[in-house]
Design a protein around this ligand. Sequence first.
Ligand code: MG
Length: 249
Amino acid sequence: MHKTQEEIEKIREGGKIHTRILQQTAKLAKPGISTWELNAFAEAEILKAGGRPSFKGYGPKGHQFPAGLCTSLNSVVVHGVPSKNQVLKEGDILGLDIGMEYKGLYTDTAITVAVGNITKEAQRLLELTKKALSIGIEQARIGNKVGDISAAVQKVADDNHLGIIRDLVGHGVGHAVHEDPQVPNYGKKGAGPELKEGLVIAIEPMFTLGTDDIFIEDDGWTVTTRDQSLAAHFEHTVAITKNGPEILT
Ligand code: MG
């Protein structure tokens, strides 16, 4: 599961393109645009750059994700499916999650954006989930354990009385969309697998303003909070290096 210097170099190159595309897609997330249009833009940019949208067609035959971009609106935590009928409006929060394959290697990154003006509570959720990602990344160091990342992320949620999604976790990434180890957003310091040089992981806190209880909607993908509370998701692909954590997206 560990990557060579050459592989990390390719992931770094793909990650730069990937990040640019996510940011451009985020800028388009304004009232009046549909999530289908956002997906069309992101997919086209990925193909133009010589990449492949790795979420598109992900999953077993007969149940494959239909888009390159996950668009998770308000109480949707992750894996929202873009739709022409889903038009953004002022006050929404929207999770944008893209997987990309580039030169045979994979990166994964997500943000949650405000559509126009949002409530103070929603703003607080976005800021704290983003902060948890940074604090988690700080622990992605040689010799630390996966649990050091998990515990750091969990502390931000616990200190601020936010719900932590437990049924979905971060993961290794690089040779495939999802690899070992799992990187939960809760856990104990010093527990779990050791972080070694060349490991590449996607760290992805998912917090809510309510509880951790979720369900999957009838489309078989969309993961929504049971209590309909708002949810946020931020994600980076990170390499464990001799010089500390390197954010590749
Ligand atoms: Mg991921």
